[in-house]
Design a protein around this ligand. Structure first.
Ligand SMILES: [Zn+2]
Length: 217
């Protein structure tokens, strides 16, 4: 299996034509653009935004509605108290330059698109799939095949739209992931909803074991 390497060059800049980007030059026109955030500040903001929108809105005094939305201005004020260099533009920069599409801004509200442990109900439209994929460690695969896939600390389980994406996600946690294929058509026939959160991530409440098959490589 090919090992994936993650580049930690996460400085954020802005191209006047193509918007916010991470790294030294715009991905589309190669222009260096305008400097906004170094990777130290990006990491601090990223941790705070991710933590608040996914796990602990109440403990930092941010009100979240049942679909996971938080008021952007209120959130920004809370962040300014913690980081005096904080500016509202940094939130947009963080959201728009995120390659994984972790966050969403709409009508002066912001939310995380996936990864929650707080008890919310994400209202993405139902999507249809033939197959979905989940990468497991060799140690956990038998348990999953016997019991199905359930969220443990998270609100939803996170499935991938392709074998490759499932492998990429699993490689963060395990060296030799086993990829499980999910018969998504039959899952939906059972009444389990499958919600497309980003281009590659599908959220579900649970998947029963009869719909899981190990992909032999
Ligand atoms: Zn550009």
């Amino acid at each position: 299996m090919v090992k994936l390497h993650y580049v930690h060059d996460i400085m954020i800049r802005r191209c006047t034509e193509h918007g916010y980007f991470r790294g030294g030059s715009c991905l589309q026109c190669k222009h260096p653009g305008r400097y906004l955030l170094d990777d130290g500040k990006e990491e601090k903001l990223g941790r705070f935004v991710s933590g608040t929108l996914r796990h602990f809105p109440a403990s930092v005094g941010v009100e979240m509605d049942k679909c996971g939305w938080v008021n952007l201005n209120t959130f920004c004020e809370v962040m300014k108290k913690r980081y005096n260099w904080m500016r509202k533009e940094y939130l947009y920069a963080l959201v728009e330059s995120d390659e994984k599409g972790r966050y969403e801004v709409r009508d002066s509200k912001i939310r995380a698109r996936y990864g929650h442990s707080v008890n919310i109900d994400l209202d993405y439209p139902e999507s249809n799939f033939s197959y979905l994929y989940y990468g497991a460690s060799p140690e956990e695969v038998d348990v999953l095949l016997e019991n199905g896939i359930f969220p443990i600390k998270q609100r939803y389980i996170h499935l991938s739209t392709s074998y490759e994406k499932a492998a990429e996600v699993a490689l963060i946690h395990t060296e030799n992931p086993v990829i499980i294929q999910i018969d998504a058509l039959r899952v939906q026939e059972e009444g389990i909803s499958l919600k497309l959160a980003t281009d590659y991530i599908v959220l579900a409440e649970k998947i029963s074991p009869e719909y899981l098959f190990v992909v032999e490589d």
